[in-house]
Design a binder for this molecule. Structure first.
Ligand code: 5GP
Length: 201
């Protein structure tokens, strides 16, 4: 069986990353890696499903053991991608999505140069602000902080292989599948296909 592909998937807060992933994961060829974090579970979050929730001590000893492909500190908590989780799903032939913030993403790009990296951007910062206000889960002050953070992240979008603007959800999801398909069709990823063409004479 072919190994799956590692896909870095980053989006600032309010870009509709969650809804995009919901659509993408309807396709069985894709799965998302469950990260470890030191942050407390939010209401409804389940250990082992949304995250592996670890104490700071546990997280530190897993760093010492070399268990993480990458980890980063974000808003006073640690988040990390577990190598074991990623390897197991790649071996199953799945395309493994890493839903991670920009600093972690840059580390994975260095360590795994064949990973496909996709940045999801809002149509504009003004629209991002409108969406965050509409969601109504944060105060005006927190919204402005998130917008400042998002603007810093958007400034690094050019480091990614592809940028998808999430204006209309369906178009953004279509763009994502198109990007993955295009990657699969790259000549350098098609050695097995060509061997099949030649050997079947
Ligand atoms: P939240 O606390 O809202 O679930 O996540 C906060 C941020 O951490 C999000 O931008 C999310 O993409 C990022 N994140 C989640 N898991 C990981 C991880 O394993 N590594 C890194 N670097 N970022 C992560």
């Amino acid at each position: 069986m072919n190994k799956g592909r590692l896909i870095i998937f980053s989006a600032p807060s309010g870009c509709g990353k969650g809804t995009m992933l919901e659509q993408i994961l309807k396709d069985d060829n894709f799965c998302v890696s469950v990260s470890a974090t030191t942050r407390s579970p939010r209401e409804g979050e389940i250990d082992g499903v949304n995250y592996h929730f670890l104490s700071t001590d546990d997280f530190m000893s897993r760093i010492d053991n070399g268990d993480f492909l990458e980890y980063a500190s974000y808003c006073d908590n640690f988040y990390g991608t577990l190598r074991s989780e990623v390897d197991r799903m790649l071996e199953q032939g799945k395309n493994v999505i890493l839903e991670i913030e920009v600093q972690g993403a840059l580390k994975v790009m260095k360590k795994c140069p064949t990973a496909l990296s996709v940045f999801i951007a809002p149509p504009s910062v003004g629209e991002l602000r409108r969406r965050l206000h509409k969601r109504g889960t944060e105060s005006d002050e927190v919204i402005e902080k998130r917008i400042a953070q998002s603007s810093r992240e958007i400034a690094l979008a050019s480091k990614y292989d592809y940028i998808i603007i999430n204006d209309a959800l369906e178009d953004a999801v279509d763009d994502f599948f198109s990007v993955v398909r295009a990657e699969q069709l790259r000549a350098e990823n098609s050695a097995e296909t060509i061997i099949g063409v030649i050997s079947n004479s």
